[in-house]
Design a protein around this ligand. Sequence first.
Ligand code: FEO
Length: 392
Amino acid sequence: MFVHKMTERVWQLPAVHWNRRLFDALIPLPDGTSYNAYFIKGSEKRVLIDAADPALEEGFLEALAGLPAVDYIISNHAEQDHSGILPKLLERYPGVRILATPKAKPMLVNLLHIPEETIQTVEDGETLSLGDVTLEFLHMPWVHWPETMVTYLREEKILFSCDFFGSHLATSSLYVPDEWQVYEAAKRYYAEIMMPFARHIRKHLERLAGYDIAVIAPSHGPAYNRPAFILDAYRDWVLGEPKNIALIPYVSMHGSTEMMAHRLADSLVAKGVNAQLFDLASMDIGKLAIAMVDAGSIILGMPTVEAGPHPYGVFGAVLINALRPKAKYFSIFGSYLWGTKAVPTIQSLVTNLSAQFLEPVYVRGLPRKEDLEALDRLAEQIAQGHRAAGLR
Ligand code: FEO
């Protein structure tokens, strides 16, 4: 495994998982990922910040063997893709102390059976001198677990942010090689992982504005030697208004719901609203999540199966509810034949949304002229709402 020397004191150990294609048995990784650890050599003490996923343990331990032993391991985040090989590191470095937040400590104990006495908790704002350089620990909960923190190396102005600002992108480049490519990967990462916690991230961005940051060094994807690139992107995703886009995720069995999806899209476009259609039976979850970051409205379509919503419609509703997009309007459309509870079932699954719920268009069988006209009226409501809110 290769390592990157970042400065005279700092090395990046990127365990690049080129061929990983799924995370959490859910999230597609079209570009692979990496688990970046960082080694810092102070004049008196040495530390490792985060580690790697156990899947890449062998290469990671080999790379570490080329560096001096560490006194501390800083665990910014307890999830196993960064902490999973901590038990191996405790064997390698007898007497090493793991530094983590008070909330992370029991997580590490429960997830990895790490002996409690090896973990030393650090408070928000606490510092650690390595001799000629100082680390500052900033608790930043809910990016994306409750125990998360970031670590700031004052003298080098490097922020080690773990998942925060990360991207699932396998690359041999230390720094962002292509901002267009990384923008999409980072937005996908934000949408899938961070968007449900936008309220917390807003506060963290405000706090970080008070720090002089030359480099953001996340634990997934390349580091940012132009931090404004990712900080500005996060400000837009978190703080910006949604855009004049209607997102239409749908699933169809015999074509009725698909016909409605296209009529709705055509009508929206005719009224000046951009439309994005996603077939829930064949889409990339990440692409749908990215679209949710900007969507001003979401209209979910599905037929009825066994009196309830088609299971892919349920999946779409659960995903939308979990990711908590900032869309201003939400509605449902679809088709049934002899009976349905699809609409109330879907409504019960999206209670996290703050969006205004618009009258659904749920019709019997193949849509008739009046059903399609009802979709036109739904499109008009959305167009008017977007105009009134000034969405662009
Ligand atoms: Fe990269 Fe939340 O772990």
